[in-house]
Unconditional design. Structure first.
Length: 744
């Protein structure tokens, strides 16, 4: 990673300016991947007259890169693991000579088996796999984006204590994604055709926000402030795309030729939507003698995303605090406790971020699906339109109501600071996709207000800083705990979430359990003998007939818990076994300065976090396609009866060791990571004067990111997105950088 930055600032009493430029060149972790970014900012402030200031803020950003390699079962990471170990990068003939492509003059890539073997009628024992190096070297992705935003501000102070500020922001984000997929001739997962997928998006935004704030102090004790304002936003999005196949030549020049490709397979697409929001808000603040503090606010938001009967919401908030250390009776303790403050708050916040545009008036989609009319029924297909989803006029704002109490303390001349907070956050009318029966005839499920979810917990913060002679140092730490629970789902018994791994859906929500819980079978060991299988029985209470609970099991298979006690293992025996949300999040760090030398570090981590390791599930069976397996298969029951790893078998094995949702694939993803370490040196002032740069500063530094991670998780990285479902996470890079800061 290369990073270059330059900033300039200056001005006078009536005009001040600032400009900055930055360039980043990230070479990427994987072969043939990269990301480049250029950004620039400019700020200007004009004090036109004493009571009027005009400001302008402009920013520009350009990005381009290549690196969307996929993290699913068809992505490069999975292919690198499961591609046969016996295969080479490039293909060789039967005599061991490197094979060359006659058209390009480049070596041919190896498939799951050599070309000569296929020519002799030998079938590949492997499934649909691709050479990961070929996948990376064939990447042909262009993703330029341009983003420019401008904010013009007017600040007026017509009378004492009154400030009126109006900000007008306009911006546009233009992105292009041009992806060409080459032909793949290698044996494994071939593709005899090529394709080009190009999309263009234009996203323009307008925002106008005006506030008026009045502040007044009475009798040097009573501090009042009143703010009122409004905000209007408008966003327009335009999208067009086309998909074409059948290119004769696969070089970039030919691909971009408008006449290339098989236009009979040209598939255009276009979409335009608009969105707006109107808000009014007010806030009242009061404090008395730096002891008592009160704040009350209210806002009303109206959005075009919702139907007119429900498109607005009112969200109030209130907070109060008492600075005990400002009381007279506290004076004797101030030598030790410099600050003691208690706080309390309650408030509501609205959210419609997940709601799609026109949720109440679903647009119609074009399609070739149509009835064929006429007595001849001559297979003429008529174009038509259809509704892809269901309009939901009763959808309303999701509201999060939170209350909390807190404590702030400062001790030892405020060198030691402590904060403690308790929070209780309840989200009502939660917005989520509502499952509908397939007979509804729609392709996209609608959104609805499905229930209530609560998050409650504690947050702690501690910091200490001190200067002793030439040494200044500090340490800091934070820790938070959270309990998540579904309180209500309306008329639904549960919600099955459509997050798929290995054709399975392990996530479900139900009352009394965390949101997005893992819903899987619980195992209780491995059958060590046929006798154990025969003895695992259930007796019908009505007939008295005894039967095996797992009649298809073999020694080395999982023994599942018959949770509903009906004598058989089915989906009804699944249990809610935690969620991806960590119950503990923490971080700590420190810094030190001594005679121009500076040093800092930062750790981060989580505790009581669970991940469903779908990557491991694929790895024990070679994706069920004869591919390479994880090394842990050598620790399976056949070789180690006490390892806890079941026998190796086909993915279709009736006991479902590797093709069912069970807790064997749930892993503790707690971790501690050294996130950042920096050491630097700033040249002393006398050196800068000696080289003719008085008043300037120069600093050299060495920085390391993601230096190590301590975890018991067996996957690539314990920080897994996708609601905790790990299908092969893109690796976090360990990086080192050397830098130089100079100011004059």
């Amino acid at each position: 990673l290369e990073h270059y930055a330059l900033s300039l600032s200056g001005g006078s009493d009536t005009m001040k300016g600032f400009a900055s430029f930055a360039y980043d060149d990230d070479k990427g972790v994987l072969l043939n991947t990269y990301a480049r970014k250029f950004s620039a900012k400019a700020n200007l402030d004009f004090q036109v007259v004493k009571w009027l200031k005009v400001s302008e803020r402009v920013s520009y950003e350009y990005k381009n890169g290549q690196g969307d390699v996929g993290t699913g079962h068809e992505g490069v990471l999975n292919q690198a693991v499961f591609f046969p170990r016996s295969a080479s990068i490039y293909d060789y003939d039967k005599e061991g000579k490197l094979m060359i492509d006659e058209k390009t003059g480049k070596p041919l890539y190896h498939g799951t088996i050599p070309r000569w073997a296929s020519a002799e009628g030998i079938n590949s024992p492997y499934g649909e796999m691709r050479n990961p190096v070929a996948m990376l070297e064939r990447l042909d992705q262009i993703r330029p984006s341009n983003r420019i935003y401008s904010t013009t501000s007017f600040e007026l102070k017509p009378v004492s204590g009154l400030t009126v500020k109006s900000d007008f922001t306009a911006g546009i984000d233009i992105r292009t994604e041009d992806i060409f997929n080459c032909r793949v001739p290698e044996i494994g997962r071939p593709n005899s055709d090529n394709s080009r997928d190009k999309t263009n998006t234009w996203n323009s935004k307008l925002l106008w926000e005006t506030t008026a704030t009045y502040a007044k102090v009475f009798a040097d004790k009573h501090h009042f402030s009143l703010m009122a304002g409004y905000s209007m936003s408008y966003e327009k999005y335009k999208y067009d795309a086309y998909y074409t196949t059948g290119y004769v030549n696969e070089d970039r020049h030919s691909i971009t030729n408008g006449q290339a490709g098989e236009w009979s397979k040209f598939q255009p697409e276009e979409n335009i939507w608009e969105e707006s929001m109107l808000s009014v808000f007010a806030r009242l603040g009061y404090s008395y003698e730096d002891r008592y503090f009160l704040t009350a606010s209210v806002r009303r938001d109206a959005t075009s995303k919702l139907y007119k009967d429900n498109n607005s919401g009112v969200f109030p908030a209130f907070s109060a605090s008492w600075k005990i250390s400002s009381e007279e009776f506290f004076e004797p303790l101030k030598n030790v406790v410099n600050l003691l403050k208690v706080r309390g708050s309650w408030g509501q916040v609205g959210n419609v971020a997940l709601v799609p545009r026109y949720s109440w008036n679903v647009p119609l989609n074009e399609t070739d699906w149509a009835m064929i009319y006429g007595k001849d029924l001559n297979n003429i297909v008529y174009g038509g339109v259809y509704a892809g989803s269901i309009g939901t006029k009763d959808l309303k704002w999701e509201t999060t109501e939170q209350w909390g109490v807190g404590l702030d303390m400062g001790l030892l001349d405020n060198s030691l600071n402590l904060t403690v907070d308790y929070f209780n956050k309840r989200t009502k009318d939660l917005i989520e996709v509502v499952p509908v029966p397939s007979v509804a005839g729609i392709s996209v499920s609608p959104y609805g207000n499905v229930g209530d979810v609560v998050n409650r917990g504690w947050e702690f913060g501690l910091s200490y800083s001190k200067k002793i002679g030439h040494v200044t140092f500090g340490v800091n730490g934070n820790l938070s705990t959270v309990h998540n629970e579904v309180l209500d789902l309306g008329n639904l018994e549960f919600m099955q979430h459509n997050v798929v791994i290995n054709s399975l859906t392990p996530l479900r929500s139900a009352v009394g359990h965390p949101w997005y819980s893992y819903y899987v079978l619980k195992t209780e060991g491995i059958f060590q003998s046929q006798e154990e299988i025969d003895n695992f029985t259930w007796r019908d209470p009505e007939t008295g007939i005894k039967q095996k609970v797992q009649p298809n099991a073999k020694p080395g298979d999982f023994k599942y818990v018959d949770f509903n006690n009906d004598g058989k293992i089915t989906d009804d025996d699944k249990q809610y076994l935690g969620s991806y949300m960590p119950k503990i999040t923490f971080g700590f760090g420190g810094n030190l300065q001594w005679k121009g030398i500076d040093f800092s570090f930062q750790f981060q981590g989580v505790g009581k976090s669970t991940v469903y390791n779908g990557f491991k599930q694929m790895g024990y069976t070679g994706r069920g396609q004869g591919g390479n397996m994880l090394a842990d298969v050598k620790n399976s029951w056949e070789y180690n009866k006490t390892s806890g790893v079941p026998r190796i078998g086909l993915i279709s094995d009736p006991n479902g060791n590797y093709n069912s949702l069970n807790d064997f694939f749930l892993e503790d993803a707690s971790y501690l990571r050294l996130k950042n370490v920096t050491i630097g040196y700033t040249l002393p002032d006398n050196v800068m004067r000696a080289i003719g740069l008085p008043g300037s500063t120069a600093r050299f530094y060495l920085n390391g990111e993601n230096l190590f991670t301590a975890t018991d998780y067996s996957g690539i990285d314990p920080e897994v997105g996708n609601f905790g479902i790990d299908g092969g996470t893109y690796p976090v890079a360990r990086s080192f950088s050397i830098g130089f800061n100079f100011s004059f």
